[in-house]
Design a protein around this ligand. Structure first.
Ligand SMILES: NC(=O)c1ccc[n+]([C@@H]2O[C@H](COP(=O)([O-])OP(=O)(O)OC[C@H]3O[C@@H](n4cnc5c(N)ncnc54)[C@H](O)[C@@H]3O)[C@@H](O)[C@H]2O)c1
Length: 358
């Protein structure tokens, strides 16, 4: 934390997607590290949301804008003169991407081009972290986890758009930033994230909490589907370390990075729902699978060896700790007695204490 404070304190940082789940947490963390944060995104994608729950609007420079609007993205970057950009604004939902592929491709692909193109014309920049996803890889059923050099690809519009964002970033690095450049550019690939403040559609954690709060049974569609899951602060810590390394040595750290959870955090939907119920204290789940319950699905996992070795990044919380801290956040939120910004800061501080111990 002290090292990160030294790097980020007083730095101008632009976060795109700051009204979203991960972007709001990242903006809070940066603010606490002393950074001067500007956020650029559309209005919060859900109600409720972490951005409003924490009154983040009053703590950072908050700009509502569409990432597809090149002129506005460029103006924001030119005027705010960031030294670091974290690009998270995206349409992040696989199911929605089938309903609206055009919006997904425009936001995730054109949006990334707009950020990188605007950044190219700015002299203040030292580091850019483009957040993509574990779904950027072509899923060939590889059991040992995908490494950064594995083939990109993704069949649904969301996964494909994130593979494209990877290729676009690589193209910008190769075409416009030579060997001795002053700006480090990286992509960050993380898996499914859980944590307080997420109300995204068709995500098992928010769906479970929404049911529990109404004393309803939790609807479970694919109980045996296995997914890798990690606490929200884990990949965010990875992004922060990555940005700090990009500033320190842009040539060495430019490139792609995996921030995946441990194998033990790959658990079935049924198991995670049971854990949510356990930490919530009561509740039931209801199987709503149509027809035969599918057995374990081909689960895509990341090999985080490069981040472990070169960034000294590793996962801190096991899956029980990740679920416990997430449930605690929602409990506090619904009790309406807590200042949720302070509670997020407490969770960040506790996480960094665990980090130092590890
Ligand atoms: N949540 C996860 O499990 C997960 C896993 C891997 C990768 N990611 C990636 O992390 C990033 C953040 O995901 P999240 O879960 O916080 O999503 P989210 O839906 O909570 O937030 C998305 C953010 O992007 C903004 N946005 C969407 N379309 C926009 C547009 N056209 N112009 C400007 N802003 C726009 C939204 O307003 C919001 O601020 C995304 O890039 C996502 O692909 C998320």
């Amino acid at each position: 934390m002290t090292d990160l404070k030294k790097i980020f304190s007083g730095k101008k940082v632009l976060v795109t997607g700051h009204t979203g789940f991960k972007g709001s947490w990242l903006s809070i963390w940066l603010k606490e590290l002393g950074a001067k944060v500007t956020g650029y995104s559309l209005i919060p994608p859900t109600h409720p949301n972490n951005f409003e729950a924490t009154s983040l609007k009053n703590k950072i420079k908050h700009i509502i804008g569409d990432i597809r609007d090149y002129a506005k993205v460029k103006k924001t970057i030119c005027e705010s003169k960031p030294e670091i950009i974290f690009h998270l604004a995206a349409q992040p939902l696989v199911l929605y991407s089938y309903e609206n592929p055009l919006f997904t491709y425009e936001t995730n692909i054109t949006g990334t081009v707009n950020v990188l193109e605007s950044a190219r014309k700015t002299t203040s920049l030292k580091a850019i972290v483009v957040v993509t996803s574990d779904k950027c890889y072509e899923n060939k059923g590889k059991k040992e986890g995908y490494s950064e050099n594995d083939v990109l690809g993704g069949y649904d519009p969301y996964s494909c758009s994130k593979a494209c964002a990877e290729l676009i970033t690589r193209s910008y690095i190769k075409s416009f930033y030579g060997k001795s450049n002053d700006t480090g550019i990286a992509t960050a690939r993380a898996g499914n994230v859980i944590g307080g403040g997420d109300w995204g559609t068709n995500r098992i954690f928010p769906d479970s909490i929404k049911a529990l709060i109404k004393n309803k049974e939790i609807p479970v569609r694919n109980p045996n589907h296995i997914r890798p899951r990690q606490f929200v602060l884990e990949p965010l810590y990875g992004y922060l370390v990555l940005a700090s390394k990009l500033i320190e040595n842009p040539n060495k750290y430019t490139g792609a990075w995996n921030f995946g959870p441990n194998k033990s955090s790959c658990i079935s939907v049924k198991e995670i729902v049971e854990k949510i119920i356990y930490y919530w204290g009561k509740g039931k789940r209801k199987n709503i699978s149509k027809g035969k319950v599918e057995s374990e699905m081909n689960c895509l996992t990341l090999n985080p060896g490069k981040s472990n070795n070169l960034l000294k990044w590793c996962v801190i919380y096991n899956i029980d700790e990740a679920v416990r801290h997430s449930v605690e956040w929602y409990r506090k939120f619904y009790l309406k007695k807590e200042n949720m910004y302070n509670f997020c800061v407490n969770q960040i501080n506790y996480y960094t204490e665990c980090l130092s111990e590890k």
